[in-house]
Write a protein that binds this ligand. Structure first.
Ligand code: GAL
Length: 715
């Protein structure tokens, strides 16, 4: 009834000349935006003058890849894109139709649908106000195939389809009958309205034939995705915070004895002589010989990742050189460097290069770059660059990521690390976000949302109340961008719940064996901007059967009889062919929404459904995985990810012809950018109901697998 009424309004507008002219001026006191095309399918407008520009800390656009994506038209009526500058604010207003679904706006843990809500996008520890998250990216995606980035280092406040102007173009239907069923607590508005407190901002519009194409364009505009080193996709174990060099060696021996793979050891605060604030110097009692320690790690082929927060302790050897570049306030009584100043970044890099990277450290975990207000500096703090403290806080994590990503790149060495805050333009940074928050379901929702915001997220495992929870959390982290046990406080090991040790090991091994598939998908992220782990709403043929529930009047809990939205936030895609449906503690069955087309059980190859919602009864040992018809899944047959001489197992599912362009390279450097990689074309043809697999290595640089074993899963 609602939409019929809208159509009715439109007809009236079309036939009454006086109404047409008033409608065409749109909003009387707002200016029409002027759009400049900055790349195929990407437009920009600038309103006023910006201070810090977040995009200055991202890589430059991948123009060739953007061109390859095509050149679609501007997605909506430019007359309806409006801006306004008031004494205090810059305001933008963009059209929104009733049928549109809106996604994005960063790393939310609770939902994916952004309509009918208001978000204050502030880098913060998670919680409290809507939009306070580790990565509150002001980029949204419409189900209608376009995206909008409100580019500002200020906190963007955004009203998504709520808040009605009196002079709006398509006013909502007003039901004035007593108890009318079309009454809405939040009357639908025909716009997204956003504002910042400041002098200026930029707005970018990204077109696309589908939401995935929109995400690709946004990522490519920010320099494309990241291709991690192969070791980054292996198993990470973070040591207890007080661990010493001897403890690390013992831990590695224990991993060997328990037969668990290990790629990276993370050292938590105790590696430093002082943390909170940090010295960035090795603790001489726990790590008396850093060089010797790192040499031993290299011999064992284990990478070392160092935890730190950015606040500088008076006892640090970096204190004197950084002091001239620090702000008015302290954090944990440590100095807060102003890393918008190039000289400050130089001090940071030279200290880290000399004391860590040169000795063999492979990356960092940058903690506390988000933080609650009661820990960090106030909005009125001052910094030597003169930039606003609010903007510096919003960009702190991004600037650090960019500084180190670039630094490692200059040395032709890939890094992969962790960071607790991110923002606009971060897809090309070699970092993954994590949180102190620990809801398993929320972690999966964050994984879904990360793909809509140009960031990577890890649902790290830290502890569990039962062996069931241990397994379920482990399974989720094995199917994420960074597979990590963060034992900084618990001191737990993968084998800490002996009754499920074999299950945990098998899940880790499965993830490692999927490396050829996963690495290829990260390459697609880097080159084409396609997120390797992604929301179902980015999948063609996925009908998210979102439905409204509740709405019962209750004078305490629901005095406005509001309805809540049921949405699919607990399943996602890994690459183009594998649907991951994690199970949560206590669940004996779960629903899985299958997009259109035949889907098969990953483990058995059996057909499970087509464009429908199925209910499964998962066993504890396996995370439910479903594979598309015609999919080829290349897998290792050993745990040695470097060895291209091993037999490659290629699993084939379903009955449709299919192909997979397998990517491989040296796994460590940026030489792939100058053509140092191998593509193996894998294909399955179906003739007279007979399946035939072929493989062709296109350039023999030594990264192609020589022996392929075909496994016909659905026969
Ligand atoms: C927290 C961080 C944890 C751990 C801890 C060490 O802020 O989120 O992952 O690193 O610090 O003190």
């Amino acid at each position: 009834m609602h939409s019929t009424f809208f159509r009715f309004c439109l007809i009236i507008l079309c036939i009454q000349p006086s109404l047409i002219s008033s409608a065409q001026t749109f909003i009387s006191d707002m200016d029409q935006m002027k759009w400049e095309k900055v790349a195929p399918g990407v437009w920009k407008t600038t309103i006023g003058q910006m201070d810090l520009n977040p995009l200055d800390y991202s890589a430059s656009p991948k123009m060739q890849a953007l061109t390859n994506l095509g050149d679609p038209a501007f997605p909506f009526n430019t007359e309806a894109t409006l801006s306004q500058k008031t004494k205090e604010r810059v305001v933008v207003r963009l059209p929104l139709e009733e049928k549109e679904k809106i996604y994005g706006l960063g790393l939310e843990f609770e939902s994916i649908n952004r309509r009918s809500n208001v978000y204050t996008l502030k880098v913060d520890h998670y919680g409290g106000v809507k939009g306070y998250t580790h990565a509150p990216v002001p980029f949204y995606i419409s189900s209608e195939g376009y995206g909008v980035l409100i580019n500002s280092a200020k906190r963007v406040k955004i009203h998504v389809g709520v808040g009605n102007r009196k002079d709006s173009h398509l006013p909502p239907y007003v039901d004035r009958t007593t108890g009318g069923s079309a009454w809405q607590a939040r009357p639908t508005s025909d716009a997204v309205e956003a504002s910042i407190q400041g002098e200026g901002l930029e707005v970018y519009v990204f077109s696309g034939a589908s939401p995935l194409e929109v995400v690709q364009r946004y990522n490519l505009f920010c320099g494309g995705g990241v291709l991690p080193p192969k070791w980054g996709l292996g198993f990470w174990h973070r040591m207890h915070t007080q661990s010493s060099d001897e403890d690390v060696l013992q831990e590695i021996r224990d991993f060997e004895e328990n037969n668990f793979p290990l790629s990276v050891i993370g050292l938590e605060p105790g590696w430093q002589s002082f943390a909170y604030p940090c010295s960035f110097d090795w603790d001489s009692t726990r790590f008396p010989d850093p060089k010797g320690f790192l040499n031993r790690m290299t011999e064992k082929d284990i990478k070392i990742n160092l935890w730190e927060n950015p606040y500088v302790a008076p006892s640090s050897t970096m204190y004197d050189p950084i002091k001239p570049y620090t702000g008015s306030h302290t954090v944990w009584l440590g100095e807060v460097p102003d890393y918008t100043i190039p000289e400050a970044r130089e001090v940071l890099l030279s200290h880290h290069q000399k004391n860590h990277i040169e000795l063999g450290v492979s990356g960092y975990k940058f903690d506390e770059v988000d933080g609650y207000d009661q820990w960090l500096w106030p909005d009125h703090a001052t910094f030597p660059s003169g930039y606003d403290a609010v903007e510096i806080r919003q960009l702190y994590g991004t600037i650090i990521q960019n500084t180190f990503t670039e630094h490692f790149r200059k040395q032709n060495q890939r890094t992969y690390g962790l960071v607790r805050s991110s923002y606009v333009g971060a897809s090309n940074q070699s970092f993954v976000i994590y949180s102190d928050y620990y809801g398993h379901k929320g972690y999966v929702t964050a994984l879904v949302n990360s793909s809509l915001a140009g960031i990577l997220w890890t649902p790290e495992i830290r502890s569990a109340n039962s062996s069931e929870e241990w397994v379920r959390r482990f399974q989720t982290v094995c199917f994420s961008p960074l597979m990590m046990l963060n034992a900084w406080s618990s001191g737990l090991k993968p084998w800490s719940f002996p009754e499920v040790t074999d299950i945990v090991r098998e899940n880790i091994e499965l993830r490692i064996k999927l490396m050829p598939y996963l690495y290829t998908e990260f390459h697609a992220y880097e080159r084409e901007g396609i997120p390797p782990f992604r929301a179902m709403v980015l999948e063609r043929g996925f009908e998210s059967a979102t439905k409204k529930v509740g709405g019962k009047l209750d004078d305490v809990k629901n005095p406005y009889a509001e309805q809540a939205l049921l949405e699919v936030t607990d399943q996602y895609m890994m690459g183009p062919s594998i649907l991951v449906a994690p199970v949560f503690t206590g669940e004996t069955d779960r629903k899985v929404v299958l997009p259109a087309g035949n889907w098969y059980d990953f483990y058995t190859g059996d057909l499970v459904g087509n464009g429908e919602t199925i209910t499964i009864q998962p066993t504890l040992d396996k995370i439910p995985l479903f594979v598309k018809d015609g999919a080829l899944i290349p897998m290792l047959t050993t745990l040695d990810v470097e060895d291209a001489n091993q037999t490659l197992e290629v699993r084939y599912y379903g009955s449709k012809p299919g192909s997979f362009q397998l990517y491989n390279d040296d796994g460590n450097t940026f030489d792939y950018e100058s053509g140092e990689f191998t593509i193996t074309d894998l294909a399955v043809s179906v003739k007279k109901n007979k399946l035939q697999g072929t493989q062709k290595v296109s350039n023999n640089l030594g990264y192609g697998y020589k022996q392929v074993e075909w496994v016909w899963m659905s026969r």
